[in-house]
Write a protein that binds this ligand. Structure first.
Ligand code: AMP
Length: 421
């Protein structure tokens, strides 16, 4: 019996890996424009990092982690997200000592024991940025604009940017109480998850997608009406920076993060045509996380974008680049005797940066021409006994159909001249 890939995973096959490279290249180009440098952290970390860095009450930690004990009896976890690991590396390598503001990005696989469906996998990929060190709203605006510009550069339209402020440990407890007062009478009508959130993490009730929970919380007070002066000023400044940059946003008071180290700005970018998995980007400020992980308090902000969802969105809008396998030259020997000469020509062309291939399956000339067309190849260099005896090849321009006897050492020169014409 054939063994298949695990549930919730996907193979990225050769005919679509070009789409991934296209997105990755666009990500790298944008990050270099904005001065964010790549960080690559391990795929697995000590479980403790995620317990502290994501929070034990979150769905990710309580239900979705791939945790295992290694042969040395350590509890390790496949990373379900990458912010905690970036913070760990920031502290472990004292990146704070190198510059006042550390701007980093990552791209890579994340692992969550989620219920697989279109746009939701158990191994998925995120691109994210983290800016550690600045408390001002300008860096929030920069990070949000970077995300928007990336999606726009890929050609996506129909995007909605939602922003909110989740306050800080000073003003949030006041809001939390107001929210609990509002929901207290309604708890029995909430889903079981939200019933247990009522005491632990009531703000998370606001982003529960279940109809009864959205109905019950519809008239709940808004946190933006309870912000302290500092959080309120920060939010106002962020909004005016976004407006000044021509970024359209929508206020969404239900956009929340439930943990204490999430502070002030929260944002999300949605691409509505993806339906239930429309969130393509989620991010926000986490001024308390570095201290939670054992460092000095360091105001920070970041986001993560799901690459599979971007691919789905690009596919929907017909924005994926055409896959091209085009090569410059296909070398076609006729008969075994000239194979050595043909192979040497192939090696020389490649050494000089010409994309070239040849037949490795002992096909006859008809089969080889078919293969050359399939690539397609711009030129075919045919070598039979006669050509080999004269130190020449028959070079066929596949576009014009013209063929010409060319010295074997002049093949590269000849195709370069013709390609420039
Ligand atoms: P989060 O880390 O939960 O804030 O998610 C950030 C982004 O990652 C989301 O907006 C999605 O685009 C993507 N994402 C999260 N979970 C999954 C998943 N299981 N499968 C695919 N993409 C995901």
């Amino acid at each position: 019996m054939l063994i298949t890939g695990p549930r919730g995973t996907k193979d990225i096959l050769p005919d679509v890996s070009g789409n991934w490279q296209y997105i990755e290249k666009t990500v790298r180009d944008i990050c270099s424009l904005y001065g964010y440098k790549e960080i690559r952290t391990p795929i697995f970390e000590h479980t403790e990092l995620f317990l502290r860095g994501i929070g034990e009450t979150t769905d990710i930690v309580s239900k979705e982690m791939y945790t295992f004990t290694d042969r040395g009896e350590r509890s390790l976890t496949l990373r379900p997200e990458n912010t905690a690991a970036v913070v760990r590396a920031f502290l472990e390598h004292k990146l704070y000592a190198e510059s006042l503001l550390s701007k980093m990005f990552y791209i890579g696989p994340m692992f969550r024991y989620d219920r697989p469906q279109a746009g939701r996998y158990r191994q998925f990929h995120q691109f994210g940025v983290e800016a550690l060190g600045s408390k001002g709203p300008a860096i929030d605006a920069e990070v949000i604009i970077l995300a928007v510009q990336l999606l726009e550069r890929l050609g996506l339209t129909d995007l909605n940017l939602y922003v909110n402020s989740v306050g800080c440990p000073e003003c949030r407890p006041v809001y939390r109480e107001k929210l609990q007062d509002y929901l207290r009478e309604k708890t029995t009508d909430l889903c079981t998850d939200c019933q247990s959130r009522f005491d632990r993490n009531p703000m998370r009730i606001l982003d529960c997608k279940k109809t009864k929970c959205t109905e019950e919380s519809a008239g709940a007070p808004h946190i933006v009406d309870c912000l302290c002066d500092d959080c309120s000023t920060h939010f106002e400044q962020l909004k005016s920076l976004l407006s000044a940059a021509g970024i359209h946003y929508v206020l969404n008071p239900r956009l929340v993060r439930g943990l204490d180290y999430y502070t002030k700005t929260a944002f999300e970018i949605q691409y509505a045509p993806l339906g239930s998995q429309s969130a393509v980007c989620g991010g926000g400020r986490y001024d308390g996380l570095v201290a939670e992980c054992g460092g000095q308090a360091t105001p920070s902000i970041g986001f993560a974008i799901g690459i599979e969802r971007i691919l789905l969105a690009l596919e929907k809008q017909g924005l994926l680049p055409d896959a091209s396998n085009e090569i410059d030259v296909f070398v076609a020997p006729i008969g075994k005797e000239v194979q050595g000469i043909a192979f040497k020509l192939l090696c020389d062309l490649r050494k000089n940066g010409v994309t070239a291939d040849m037949d490795f399956m002992d096909r006859n000339i008809k089969g080889q021409m078919k293969q050359a067309n399939k690539y397609p190849a711009r030129f075919v260099a045919i070598i039979g006994d006669d050509e080999a005896a004269q130190g020449k090849v028959m070079l066929k321009n596949m576009q014009s159909g013209v063929q010409e006897l060319v010295d074997i050492h002049a093949v590269q020169n000849k195709i370069q001249v013709e390609m420039e014409d």
